[in-house]
Design a protein around this ligand. Structure first.
Ligand SMILES: [Zn+2]
Length: 476
């Protein structure tokens, strides 16, 4: 009720105010505090009043007030215990990977739990919890000058003029018709492409969570050096330098807690259209991946620039698995996951229809940020699961091109383990843009897992390790 009053009165009593209270050293925060002084005085006064009332009550009716305090104390202690576990995890993450600090600076995972608690305790209690447990995190320089990686060399003029990169979500290749799935015809449109479609396998992602899986596809982020996503020029930066008009069209947000790691990549593009950030005049509020198509059509209709790179970021097969009546009519007996794959197949067809209509020639690359666990083997379902195993890493890796040359070229980025990782998309993109790497990309096959530890892909934790007290073996 206290915050409701403040919200009604000031409209923005958010974590930001509490963060300002926590960061009293900086002059900026002081200025911010001064601007919000009335809000803060009311907050402190209400806190004192509540404490006073409790105290008075305790003096007058000691027994009753103690009874009242008991559940509060138990609840508070359980919160403290959960917070302690959360902090331990953060410490473990930092020890596992130096890159975690950078990811944390962007995503503010440190404050995630405290923020959640504050949301759930809509009283002064929540604010106190936030203030006690909020971590001070310095913000990453958003205006960081990104450097050209030293291992890049020019090979000549860009070889492909129009490139479309589609990044799906939680797509498991085992449920794709083009990967041999037969129980349902989930990819009728991709099947129809015929010999212009290049299908790579086995392919996996670089991580099992969007926030760490997406950046390596379009930047030089590495499992052991994630910060390179923000210190090195990314693929969109390089495309711009090579004379490409660049656009990021996203059905997913880019500035929320778990999406902000790829926000800087998206914002590198000239044109950005996402639900929470756009360079266009009109807000974009998609309810379905198909809503990206009219936006793409508009971009295609603009006076044709010589070279273009379009990145489309879908909601794809992220849970809850989305589909519509058309998918259900086509596959009446399919489960919701298969229907979501069918839906994405239609989105891809929509993109190709528009491209065929507007672009003289183009290549289209499709992969997913990570895979999806559909059968629980003891490690959980969906993705981002420490002991979930391999299914959360398996991704489709597809290319549509009239020229078979690119499918052949892709082979050189197969790891020595025989696997493809979906970061090979960026190597192929570089080649299409007339750049090449002076370094061998194939020697190791490492991933950044959701425990922020780096593993060789063949040594991923699986449900079996959960029972084998894996952590103790690893000395974590
Ligand atoms: Zn994802």
């Amino acid at each position: 009720m206290f915050e409701t009053y403040l919200l009604l009165r000031y409209g923005d009593f958010s974590d930001g105010i509490l963060d300002a209270i926590l960061n009293t050293n900086s002059a900026e925060a002081l200025a911010f505090l001064r601007a919000k002084i009335i809000v803060i005085i009311i907050a402190v006064a209400s806190g004192l009043l509540l404490t006073y009332l409790l105290f008075i009550n305790a003096v007058r009716r000691p027994k009753w007030s103690l009874l009242w305090l008991l559940p509060v104390a138990v609840f508070w202690l359980s919160l403290e215990a959960r917070q302690y576990r959360h902090q331990q995890r953060m410490v473990q993450f930092s020890q596992n990977n130096p890159g975690f600090k950078i990811i944390n600076q962007i995503d503010r995972l440190d404050n995630y739990f405290a923020h959640n608690i504050r949301q759930r305790l809509p009283l002064v209690l929540g604010d106190y919890f936030y203030i006690f447990h909020s971590k001070k995190i310095s913000n990453l320089e958003s205006s960081l000058t990104r450097q050209t990686p030293p291992f890049l060399a020019e090979t000549g003029n860009p070889a492909v003029k129009h490139i479309i990169v589609v990044i799906g979500e939680s797509a498991n290749p085992k449920r794709h018709g083009v990967y041999g799935y037969q129980a349902q015809d989930t990819t009728p449109n991709l099947n129809r492409i015929g010999n212009e479609l290049c299908v790579k396998s086995p392919a996996h992602s670089m991580s099992n969570m969007t926030r760490t899986a997406l950046p390596p596809i379009l930047s030089f982020a590495e499992p052991e050096n994630f910060g390179r996503a923000y210190t090195d020029k990314n693929i969109i930066d390089l495309a711009k330098e090579r004379g490409y008009a660049t656009a990021w069209l996203g059905a997913q947000e880019i500035q929320t807690l778990f999406s902000s790691t790829y926000g800087p990549l998206a914002k590198s593009a000239y044109t950005v259209i996402t639900p929470d950030y756009t360079t266009q005049q009109q807000a974009f509020r998609p309810s379905d991946d198909l809503d990206l198509l009219p936006q793409l059509a508009q971009l295609f209709r603009q006076p044709q620039i010589q070279q273009t790179l379009y990145v489309l970021h879908l909601t794809g097969s992220h849970a809850p698995y989305r589909h519509d009546k058309t998918d259900q009519a086509a596959l009446p007996n399919a489960d919701s996951y298969d229907l979501s794959v069918h839906h994405t197949d239609r989105v891809l067809q929509g993109i190709m229809d528009l491209a065929n209509q507007h672009l003289p020639e183009y290549v289209l690359l499709y992969t997913s940020d990570h895979g999806e666990i559909l059968v629980d083997e003891g490690g959980g379902v969906e993705h981002g699961s420490t002991f979930g195993g391999y299914e959360q890493y398996r991704v489709p890796l597809l290319l549509k091109s009239a020229d078979p040359y690119w499918c052949e070229q892709w082979e050189q980025y197969r790891k020595r383990s025989g696997q493809f990782s979906n970061e090979s998309v960026k190597y192929l993109l570089l080649q299409m843009m007339g750049l090449r790497l002076n370094t061998d990309t194939t020697f190791d096959d490492k991933i950044l897992h959701s425990d922020y530890a780096v593993y060789n892909f063949e040594n991923l934790p699986t449900p079996k390790d959960k029972n084998n007290r894996f952590w103790e073996k690893k000395g974590l």
